[in-house]
Design a protein around this ligand. Structure first.
Ligand SMILES: NC(=O)c1ccc[n+]([C@@H]2O[C@H](COP(=O)([O-])OP(=O)(O)OC[C@H]3O[C@@H](n4cnc5c(N)ncnc54)[C@H](OP(=O)(O)O)[C@@H]3O)[C@@H](O)[C@H]2O)c1
Length: 355
């Protein structure tokens, strides 16, 4: 008697209704792609927001993963049985096989890496999207030298606003590893000790009404009028908005970066997925928008990710990863809550197969 394989998946339908499917359909890898049994998938705000905000539906949800290779192309660097992590492509008409919140998924070989023993499985499943976004900001938009490179262009000041976001935590550690100085961060007061340990030169409380004045007064100790490299790692629209707080601290020649699209044209946005063109539907724009690939930038960010993987647990880490184990319907509610209000500090990994 043969046991049928069940694929439990979180999806969004054509009418933008989110749901769970349980079927025996295995995704089929194309040329240069791996078939993977999922052990953990990492949750991101994008899992839901890419459907509701950027028109990516119908689709199976999820981008980040860790799993075991079930099938690899001949001549591949990967073999059946390897433990791999990575992320999958995005964009309008995204094939269902790329959803990572399902028991079996497909990933292009170029978007996966072998997981070393120093990197815990649940952490690996949550790492790629946020580390690639932080790396794109630091190494492609700010053009800081990669960790370990002999380049000496490390002059700050760098400000990371909302350093407690997972993108921000990666950015602080990359900046420290690249020798950037000084590194200013804004975060809740209770996290300042953590950021001093991770490499921040000075921490500020983003909830304080005097935070911008506090930053400007410390800048004077460094004989700076404003921050040269200003990174909004939150993308919050509450109050003045985190991007405008960042802009208030910036020097006239600053490079301004925000994790989400800003109306202020001085801002540029880092992107987790720069290896292929990505087509999206932006609210208020009547036609589809294609963000062109930046293949060299992708390589540079990917090498920063690989540095983080090799140095995981010693010079780089995600500070907190929770594991969800249980019913697929409950997992979907977790994703919705995460997209609506955020779940606060830390990452969430879904354990597969979901029930
Ligand atoms: N462009 C891309 O490709 C890309 C990729 C990934 C993520 N993103 C975007 O990046 C942002 C961060 O995502 P994430 O998953 O890293 O976030 P996250 O881990 O869910 O962030 C949670 C943290 O956000 C902090 N926070 C919330 N509101 C804040 C505010 N107004 N000011 C400062 N800090 C605030 C809180 O810090 P405290 O604990 O200190 O209060 C909280 O601990 C999201 O907008 C996401 O959509 C973009």
């Amino acid at each position: 008697m043969t046991t049928k394989l069940l694929n439990v998946a979180l999806h969004v339908e054509r009418n933008l209704i989110f749901g769970v499917s349980r079927d025996e359909k295995m995704p089929t890898p194309g040329e240069g792609e791996l078939l993977i049994r999922t052990h953990f998938s990492g949750a991101n705000p994008a899992d839901i927001k890419h459907s509701t905000h950027l028109g990516i539906y119908p689709a199976r949800l999820g981008y980040d993963f860790l799993g075991t290779v079930l099938q690899a192309p001949s001549g591949s660097a990967f073999h059946v049985g390897d433990t791999v992590a990575g992320y999958t492509p995005t964009g309008i008409d995204r094939p269902a096989k790329y959803g990572t919140h399902q028991s079996y998924l497909v990933c292009p070989e170029t978007m996966a890496y072998s997981v070393p023993e120093n990197l815990p499985s649940d952490h690996a499943a949550c790492l790629t999207v946020v580390a690639m976004t932080a790396a794109d900001a630091l190494y492609n938009l700010f053009k800081f030298p990669l960790p370990g490179s002999s380049d000496s262009n490390t002059a700050g000041p760098l400000l990371i606003w909302g350093a407690s976001t997972s993108v921000g935590i990666c950015a602080v550690q990359f900046a420290k590893a690249s020798g950037v100085f000084p590194i200013f961060v804004s975060a809740s007061l209770e996290r300042h000790a953590l950021f001093q340990e991770l490499g921040a030169t000075q921490c500020f409380n983003y909830k304080s009404p005097s935070v911008v004045d506090d930053i400007k007064s410390v800048l004077r100790n460094y004989h700076c009028e404003g921050v040269k490299y200003s990174f909004d790692a939150v993308g919050s629209l509450n109050g003045l908005g985190s991007a405008q707080m960042v802009a208030s601290c910036a020097s006239p020649d600053a490079i301004l970066v925000s994790v989400v699209v800003q109306k202020d044209p001085r801002f540029v946005m880092p992107f987790a997925v720069t290896n292929e063109d990505v087509t999206l539907k932006i609210p208020g724009v009547p036609h589809l928008i294609t963000i062109p690939a930046r293949k060299e930038d992708h390589e540079r960010a990917w090498s920063a990710l690989q540095w983080a993987v090799s140095n995981y647990g010693s010079r780089f880490r995600l500070v907190s990863v929770d594991i969800f184990k249980g019913r697929a319907e409950d997992a979907l509610e977790e994703l919705k809550a995460l997209a609506d209000n955020g779940r606060g500090f830390g990452k969430l990994a879904l354990m597969h197969p979901l029930q």
